[in-house]
Design a protein around this ligand. Sequence first.
Ligand SMILES: CC(C)(COP(=O)(O)OP(=O)(O)OC[C@H]1O[C@@H](n2cnc3c(N)ncnc32)[C@H](O)[C@@H]1OP(=O)(O)O)[C@@H](O)C(=O)NCCC(=O)NCCS
Length: 183
Amino acid sequence: MSEIEVSVRPYAEGDRWILERTLGDPIQMVNLNGPESVEHIGKRHSRFLAMSTDSRAGSQFTILAGPLQAPAGNVGYWESEWGGQTGWEMGWFVLPEFQRRGIATAATRLIIDRIQKLRSHRLVLAFPSVENHPSNAICRKLGFTLAGRVTSEYPAGSTRSLEVNIWKLTLPSSGGDAPRASP
Ligand SMILES: CC(C)(COP(=O)(O)OP(=O)(O)OC[C@H]1O[C@@H](n2cnc3c(N)ncnc32)[C@H](O)[C@@H]1OP(=O)(O)O)[C@@H](O)C(=O)NCCC(=O)NCCS
């Protein structure tokens, strides 16, 4: 996998097209029970903007990649609960033309570093579909532990079910960087 420069900035007003090209695309959403409607994407856009105002309550970021820092996708975290524990759930997506270059892995690592600096929840969670090979690979590479699988409703309220893996990462209690897994 080639090394490519990756950074993140807070999700911004002009970023809705990135959601439309990923969440609105049936191919990109094959592991997420299909594309989101225009209406749903609009609501998500507003929610992402609102989330970007206070990083302690969760946040969404636009991924920038390459020498021109081109918008390449999205990564974010939000409060979630699993097994009686509250933690930060994470999600990510990368535009098709930027995929398979390590961008999602690098961006997720950057956000885990940010979460670590918040010094709030130590638990980080991700729930990719069992079929989502790249997302499961990202969790494995970043040192998450596979804690099982569960069938959940996705999207919420849709009555459609999705079998997901439960990935957990426990951050160090204080100081230092987030754990680094082997490449
Ligand atoms: C999941 C997604 C964000 C991965 O982005 P990416 O930038 O291509 O990921 P990376 O390049 O960091 O790759 C991570 C790992 O997945 C592997 N991978 C990437 N695409 C793959 C594919 N289509 N099939 C199998 N493995 C794949 C990579 O090889 C890498 O593993 P490796 O380093 O051991 O080889 C991207 O495929 C995507 O946006 N998918 C659609 C939306 C989605 O499913 N989001 C996640 C919801 S949980």
